[in-house]
Design a protein around this ligand. Sequence first.
Ligand code: FAD
Length: 381
Amino acid sequence: MRFDPTPEALAERLAAIDPAQYARTRNFVDGAVTRLSPWITHGFIELPHLVESLKARFPPESLHKLLEELAWREFFHHVWRTRGTAILKDLGPAPWKGDYAQEVPGDVLTASTGVPAIDATVRQLHGTGWIHNHPRLWLASYLVHVRKVHWRAGADWMVGHLLDGDLASNHLSWQWVAGTFSTKPYLFNAENVAKYAPALASPGTIIDATYEALGLRAATQPDAGPEPRRPDPTEAPPLHPEAPGIRRSAIPPRFASGKCVALIHPWCLGEVPPADECLAVFHAPFHERYRWSERRFAFVAARMRSMTGQEPWFGDVKALVKMNKGVRFVTIATMNTGYAKAFEEPHVVAGSVKRFLPDPGEPCGSFSRFRKIVGGLAQNA
Ligand SMILES: Cc1cc2nc3c(=O)[nH]c(=O)nc-3n(C[C@H](O)[C@H](O)[C@H](O)COP(=O)(O)OP(=O)(O)OC[C@H]3O[C@@H](n4cnc5c(N)ncnc54)[C@H](O)[C@@H]3O)c2cc1C
């Protein structure tokens, strides 16, 4: 499974989309999912453009399921816009009243829990930077409800390794699984795994239980620990606060007064906005807080180099913008902390991210409410 940070690789993935097959098989780990998420997260393609191209190629009735999943992304971003950094804390009460661990246990990080569905998923996350939606749910549910790890610890770890890591989609999905952003915790069992991923079947393990038993465990039991029989640990790759191979610099680049400079950041890797010059940037304080795998940094940095023809600059973007007051910066807005603040300066023009669904006009706390207000997805798209 390869994810190249190029428009050509994106075009290949787009050409392979089969929405009817997607609708039938999306829950199976070998189903016809699009695997578009790394390009979508990093702004290679905007959702309205994607939806238009789908509508031009396929009959509307075949698109319903895929559009619904794209709508989940819009919903999570709607919640991010309306709740801001509150999405990073519990949005509601957790089902278990004990103390959740604040770190992911070593046996999970080294893929040696003894639950095949979990160990294989961790190995895939570390080895490729992408996992299918269903194993994401299983891994999150196992960590929170069986191992009693706070969802935030799991979410911060997962988002750093995912090539599509997106604070809204990831952290709100974790909260949805945890039950702090849903009406009940998401639980799964060995039977569910055997149906959707036969190769990962985990009979005889802690998840080989009824939903009633798992629900009771989620609400009342402490960490179940790893299985008595466990595979050998595999090395867990580190998450980095800086892009390996890119030198951090305290002194921002200077541009001649009166120039217009396009700022390329990790979430706008589509096209360079028209400008006199361009600069690709990593905002150091953000990356200190949200550490990334080497693979994720490499994915983003490679595209930045091909867009700008230069090395990206790794430093404090707020200082860069403040120090170049005579310069007009153009970029695309992002809600990622630190980047967003820097782009609030009056001499920065941050174009908005385009959406394919209308704004609901009120804060929606659930996908069903959001969907109800924005109306029939296929019609609106
Ligand atoms: C615990 C957990 C963490 C997640 N973290 C992320 C994340 O960091 N970034 C991310 O983009 N998605 C995340 N998702 C949502 C979903 O798993 C991925 O978007 C999807 O698996 C990506 O694969 P795909 O491109 O083949 O998706 P497809 O099924 O082909 O869907 C097409 C696109 O629709 C969007 N989409 C599909 N399902 C969802 C969903 N449930 N929520 C939000 N958007 C969706 C994505 O942009 C995706 O690329 C997470 C889900 C869970 C349960």
